[in-house]
Unconditional design. Structure first.
Length: 491
């Protein structure tokens, strides 16, 4: 009969252990159905699948050896990335902490006490004491406790911890994507400034020849002093522009140094004017964004975390059952401490059922629901932002592609205008002011063409970033901890 009762109790515990209160998690839908295609047409033909973006090393699509080197240095030494990895390690350890509650907890508290009880000590139900006494007490007690997770509080804690761990894993990938994109954008901007410096330097050389020309004509009483002054002022202004380009380049060089984990003064990038054009970026379809953006995965995993918190808050309405036991040895004499007569033990169970809590549990549950609703809104906003960033990237590249084509024609027209203005001036058909204006127009046109190319490369980088950089959500699925039998013997 006794065995039957024990078996029934164990069966009941096993059945209840499968009961987990609170809502099951399922990812809420996006704020609106994802469109079948992107609104803006890219300035290239769709030829490659999305997998052509190298996973984890998306910058390789630019085929730039120097950029590849700097990106590898960033992955190894960037301190923001190191901090993100440490946060992931912390989340993994905290998830292991949550699994510890699934096992019995055993502790020992050995002690030794020497005490004196006086003759006037209070009565304890025995005869009045006639004298004091001194005694020693030696104990080696053990206590054992185990929470019977009948309503899933512990399992919900593990579920929440694993969701937080996966969120940290996705956040690490997002930090890496943001930093590597920032490095690539700074790198191409620096290369654009190298090309711009080259353009301005060519103008300085040309304008210096022009100053020599008008100075010689002035010495020959052919040109006026005004013309000399006008050309000298233009040259001085262009030299000033040259210094400003150098200053901007230094700022980007310092930024790259910090990104790769180096002091700003310890790195010097060789001059290499930008000559590249953006490679075609495989877009895929808008619905892919839900799986290949790490920031969206971070927001989605936070929803799973908050959903588990709702279950934890719900479990507070149900009994909290703890099985406990204690035992050990206690003796007045150290020599007899481990003898059989010194042994003591106890077993028990405790069921704590909340009855009146002043509304605390109800308020905690309402707060958990509100936190979950907030996480849903944040997730949907992340999806909308992702769609916007991709559309912005495609639109920027399309616009810049058109602008570069027309600006190339503008540069050719400005060069032809400068030749005509020089010939007319030498032939005496016009004043030198037309030459000044033609030189100014050509420099502005060439600088703008170079800047547009740099903007095109940077926009390409940010489009790849908006598409997730070849990452997908399957990379964090294995980031979770499971209770291991060996934990029962670990401190």
């Amino acid at each position: 009969m006794k065995r039957a009762a024990i078996s029934a109790a164990l069966a009941l515990l096993g059945f209840a252990a499968g009961c987990t209160v609170g809502p099951r998690y399922s990812r809420p839908p996006a704020p609106a159905p994802a469109p079948d295609a992107w609104k803006t047409q890219p300035p290239w033909q769709q030829a490659a699948p999305k997998d052509s973006i190298p996973k984890g090393a998306w910058w390789q699509i630019y085929n730039d050896t120097a950029l590849n080197t700097y990106e590898q240095q960033l992955l190894q030494a960037n301190q923001s990335l190191v901090a993100a990895r440490d946060r992931l390690d912390q989340a993994r350890s905290l998830a292991r902490v949550a699994t510890a509650d699934m096992f019995p907890q055993l502790s020992a508290d050995p002690g030794a006490l020497r005490e004196y009880a006086g003759a006037n000590r209070p009565l304890d139900g025995q005869a009045p004491p006639v004298s004091g006494y001194t005694q020693s007490i030696y104990t080696i007690p053990f206590s054992l406790s185990y929470e019977a997770d009948l309503f899933g509080r512990v399992r919900r804690n593990v579920e929440a911890a694993n969701a937080s761990l996966q969120s940290s894993a996705a956040d690490l990938q997002n930090v890496q994507l943001v930093l590597t994109a920032e490095l690539a954008a700074d790198y191409f901007t620096l290369r654009e400034l190298d090309a711009e410096f080259e353009v301005v330097q060519e103008s300085v050389d040309y304008q210096q020849k022009g100053l020599n020309l008008v100075t010689n004509r002035h010495d020959g009483v052919i040109a006026s002093g005004l013309e000399v002054a006008q050309q000298a002022a233009l040259l001085d202004s262009t030299v000033s522009q040259l210094a400003l380009v150098q200053e901007s380049r230094a700022q980007y060089e310092h930024a790259i140094a910090v990104l790769v984990g180096q002091p700003a003064s310890s790195i010097s990038l060789p001059v290499a004017p930008l000559r590249a054009t953006p490679p075609p970026v495989p877009l895929g379809v808008p619905s892919d964004e839900l799986e290949r953006r790490p920031d969206i995965s971070t927001a989605e995993r936070l929803m799973a975390y908050e959903n588990a918190q709702v279950g934890i808050a719900r479990s507070a309405f149900y009994p909290h059952i703890t099985l406990s036991g204690s035992g050990g040895w206690q003796s007045r004499d150290l020599g007899s401490l481990l003898n059989a007569p010194s042994l003591f033990w106890s077993l028990g169970a405790d069921a704590l059922e909340p009855i009146l809590e002043g509304g605390r549990n109800r308020a905690n549950l309402a707060a958990a629901h509100a936190a979950y609703d907030q996480s849903v809104a944040n997730y949907r906003q992340a999806v909308l932002t992702a769609f916007q960033e991709v559309e912005d990237g495609i639109s920027n590249l399309s616009t810049l592609s058109q602008a570069l084509a027309t600006q190339g024609a503008a540069v050719n027209d400005a060069r032809r205008a400068l030749v005509i203005a020089n010939n007319r001036y030498i032939g005496g058909a016009t004043s030198y002011l037309d030459v000044i204006n033609a030189q100014t127009t050509l420099l502005a046109s060439e600088r703008l063409e170079t800047q547009l190319l740099g903007q095109q490369m940077v926009s390409s980088v940010y489009l790849v970033k908006a598409l997730g950089g070849g990452w997908d959500a399957s990379q964090i699925k294995d980031q979770r901890v499971h209770p291991q039998a060996g934990q029962i013997l670990q401190p």
